[in-house]
Design a protein around this ligand. Structure first.
Ligand code: PGA
Length: 252
């Protein structure tokens, strides 16, 4: 059966010291607790090594929020998937709408990033989601299907099986405006159907599809109770350990 996952995305927040304080706090809060999902913490690049060390021996995984589309070489300022993996992190968030919108990441570029991430044994958490205008004009299904197809559908079945998908409607990110449980279920089921058509039922059934966009302690349980919502990608509510914990515990 597919994994339940709660993944945090700190975005460009927290100094290294603040990141380590968070890690100590979360570790203490999780100590001796029964956790029924995989927990991932997505930090800025420079925190990865120290945060990975802090969570060593626990069930908490660490994710980068991006990686380069090339293996190595003369790409000043870039961070490769191999570098990310060498820190102890084992996930990478790719295709976040902020990277698509502010850093012009194209489907083609994302396709390359997914390939290098997989080649370096990182689990990509691949984000898709429509903007408000697309939702309002009823184009969200076609937008999300195109995002999946354009960056992922050249992967083999074996490689695709290593991915996690995150559906994040752009209008819900950081706005306090969450998709309703019904809206989330509807599009998650559509994503699974799209994956079934391409890769077959077994792969689709085993793919974790996370919801992201103003998910918090107050709405996580309802969102996660949908059959096709396998957890969340959490921004703002992942920045404080005591606010992140109840989202993890929404699976208890
Ligand atoms: P949010 O962000 O929870 O602050 O809305 C989610 C995300 O962008 O991953």
């Amino acid at each position: 059966m597919r994994k339940k996952i709660v993944a945090g995305n700190w975005k460009m927040n927290k100094t290294l010291q603040e990141g380590l304080t968070f890690s100590t706090e979360l570790k203490e809060l999780l100590n001796n607790k029964t956790i029924n999902c995989e927990v991932v913490v997505g930090t800025p690049f420079i925190h990865l090594s120290e945060v990975s060390k802090a969570f060593k021996g626990t069930k908490v995984h660490v994710a980068a929020q991006n990686c380069a589309n090339k293996e190595s070489g003369a790409y000043t300022g870039e961070i490769s998937a191999a570098m990310v993996a060498s820190t102890g992190a084992n996930h990478v968030i790719l295709g976040h709408s902020e990277r698509r919108a502010y850093y012009n990441e194209t489907p083609e570029l994302l396709k390359e990033k997914v390939v290098v991430a997989l080649a370096n044994n990182l689990t990509p958490i691949f984000c898709v989601g429509e903007v408000l205008e697309e939702r309002e004009s009823g184009k969200h299904f076609e937008v999300v299907a195109a995002q999946l197809k354009d960056s992922l559908f050249e992967l083999s079945k074996e490689d695709f099986s290593k991915l996690v998908i995150a559906y994040e409607p752009v209008w819900a990110i950081g706005t306090g405006k969450t998709a309703s449980a019904d809206q989330a279920q509807e599009i998650h089921a559509f994503i699974r159907e799209t994956l079934t058509e391409k890769y077959g039922k077994e792969v689709a059934d085993n793919t974790s599809i996370l919801y992201g966009g103003s998910c918090n302690a107050g709405n996580a349980k309802e969102l996660f109770s949908n059959p096709d919502v396998d957890g969340g990608l959490i921004g703002g509510a992942s920045l404080e350990a005591d606010k992140f914990l109840p989202i993890i515990e929404a699976f208890n």
